[in-house]
Write a protein that binds this ligand. Structure first.
Ligand code: NAD
Ligand code: TYD
Length: 355
C-alpha cells in the first residue's frame, strides 16, 4: 500500500498518470494536488473522480505553509511531481512565473518531503519513500542534424521554461546529495494525445483546422521534435517509479522524430478525411509566421537505458497515435469549448472547490 501525492494531476500528462495509477493500483491512495491554472482541468478526470482510492486537493505548490501542512496531514510515502508552468511561449513573455512555480514550487515540495521523511546525510536513504520529479528533454538544449540526448548529455537549456526545469532538476539532485532524499528523475520528449491544452502545436492545429483558421508554423517548420503518446509516458512513469534505483535518471522518448511541417501536413491529411474535405484542402491553412525567439532546432531522445534496464517501450506508432488524438478532439467538442472559454476556471472552481 502506498500513499502517493501527484502534483499537477489535473493537467495534460498528470491526468493520464492519475488515471493509470487509480485504475491499476486500487490499494494505493492517490491524492491529486493542483492549483487549477488555465492548464488544469478536472474534467480530464471525470471517469475516476468518485473512485474510493482518489482524492482531489486544490492548492498551490508555491505556498510553503500549505504544502508542509498537507504533508503532515496526509503522510505521503511517495511524490510524483508534475505541477509546472509548461508552455515555452508563455515562458518567453513571463519568465518569472516559471521561476516561481517550477523552481520555488519544486523546492517547497523537496523541503516538505525532507522534513516529513526525516532525511539527512547522517541517516541512510529511506528505502520506502520516493520523490519522483518529472522533467523534460528540453534541459539538454538543442541538437544539430545528428546525435541524441542521453542521460549523460550536459544540461544546456535555452528557453526560460527549460532553464526553470533544469534548475528544478538540479535542486532535486542536490537534495539527494545533501540530505539523502530518495529522488528519481525522468526527462521526456514532447508528448501528444487527449487532454492537451490547445496552445501547444498539435492540439492548436487540430482546433484551428476544425475551425478553418490559419495554422501558424514558426520559421520554416524545419525544427524537429521527438513525439511520444501521452499514455506511453504515463506507463513509463509507472515502470520507473516501481523499479528505478534511488538517485537515478531515465530518458523517455519515442524514437519518433518529425519536422514540425511534416507533423502538420500529416495532420491536415488525416483531418481532410475525418472532416470530409477535399484532399489538400486543410494544407491551404498552413501559414509561416515569425520564428520563436531562441527556437531549439532539434530534440531527439535516446531511451536505451529505460528500454534495456526496465523493459519499457512505446506502444503506439505516431500515425496511429495522431489519428487517435484527432478522433478524441473531434469527439470532445465540449471539453474544447470549456478550456478555450474564459469562464472555464470559474465554473470548475464553483463545482469542485468545496469537495
Ligand atoms: P500542463 O501545463 O498541461 O499541466 C500542468 C498542471 O500543473 C496543471 O494542471 C496546472 O493547474 C498545475 N499547476 C501549475 N502551477 C501550479 C501550482 N503552482 N500549484 C499546483 N499546481 C499547479 O503540463 P503537462 O504538459 O501536463 O506537463 C506536466 C509536467 O511534465 C511538467 O512538469 C512538464 O515540465 C513535464 N513535461 C511535459 C512534456 C510535454 O510534452 N507536455 C514533456 C516532458 C515533460
Ligand atoms: P510546442 O508544442 O509549444 O512544444 P515545445 O516548444 O515544448 O517543443 O511546440 C512544438 C514545436 O512546434 C516547436 O518547435 C515550436 C513549434 N510551434 C509552431 O511552429 N507553431 C505554434 O503555434 C506552436 C505553439 C509551436
Amino acid at each position: 500500500m502506498k500513499k502517493i501525492l501527484i502534483t499537477g494531476g489535473a493537467g495534460f500528462i498528470g491526468s493520464h498518470v492519475v488515471r493509470l495509477f487509480v485504475n491499476t493500483y486500487p490499494d494505493y491512495q492517490i491524492v491529486n494536488l493542483d492549483k487549477l491554472t488555465y492548464a488544469g482541468n478536472l474534467e480530464n478526470l471525470k471517469d475516476i473522480e468518485n473512485n474510493p482510492n482518489y482524492k482531489f486537493v486544490k492548492g498551490d505548490i508555491t505556498d510553503a505553509d500549505f504544502i508542509n501542512n498537507l504533508f503532515k496531514q496526509e503522510k505521503f510515502d511517495t511524490v510524483i511531481h508534475l505541477a509546472a508552468e509548461s508552455h515555452v511561449d508563455r515562458s518567453i513573455s513571463n519568465p518569472l512565473e516559471f521561476v516561481v512555480t517550477n523552481v520555488i514550487g519544486t523546492v517547497n515540495l523537496l523541503n516538505a518531503a525532507k522534513q516529513a521523511w526525516g532525511c539527512s546525510k547522517d541517516k541512510p536513504v529511506p528505502a520506502d519513500k520516493r520523490f519522483y520529479h518529472i522533467s523534460t528533454d528540453e534541459v539538454y538544449g538543442a541538437l544539430g542534424d545528428e546525435g541524441m540526448f542521453t542521460e549523460e548529455t550536459p544540461y544546456d537549456p535555452h528557453s526560460p521554461y527549460s532553464a526553470s526545469k533544469a534548475s528544478s532538476d538540479h535542486f532535486v539532485r542536490a537534495y539527494f546529495d545533501t540530505y539523502n532524499l530518495p529522488v528519481v528523475i525522468s526527462n521526456c520528449s514532447n508528448n501528444y494525445g487527449p487532454n492537451h491544452f490547445p496552445e501547444k502545436l498539435i492540439p492548436l492545429c487540430i482546433h484551428n483546422i476544425k475551425n478553418n483558421k490559419p495554422l501558424p508554423i514558426y520559421g520554416k517548420g524545419e525544427n524537429v521534435r521527438d513525439w511520444l503518446y501521452v499514455v506511453d509516458h504515463a506507463r513509463a512513469i509507472d515502470v520507473i517509479l516501481h523499479n528505478a534505483k534511488v538517485g537515478s535518471t531515465y530518458n523517455i522518448g519515442g524514437h519518433n522524430e518529425w519536422k514540425n511541417i511534416d507533423v502538420i501536413r500529416l495532420l491536415c491529411k488525416i483531418m481532410d478525411k475525418k472532416l470530409g474535405r477535399a484532399e489538400g484542402e486543410n494544407e491551404k491553412l498552413i501559414t509561416f509566421v515569425k520564428d520563436r525567439a531562441g527556437h531549439d532546432l532539434r530534440y531527439a531522445i535516446d531511451s536505451t537505458k529505460l528500454q534495456n534496464d526496465l523493459g519499457w517501450k512505446p506502444s503506439l506508432q505516431f500515425e496511429e497515435g495522431l489519428e487517435k488524438t484527432v478522433d478524441w478532439y473531434l469527439a470532445n467538442e465540449e471539453w474544447l469549448s470549456h478550456v478555450t472559454s474564459g469562464n472555464y476556471q470559474k465554473y470548475y472552481e464553483q463545482q469542485y472547490v468545496t469537495r
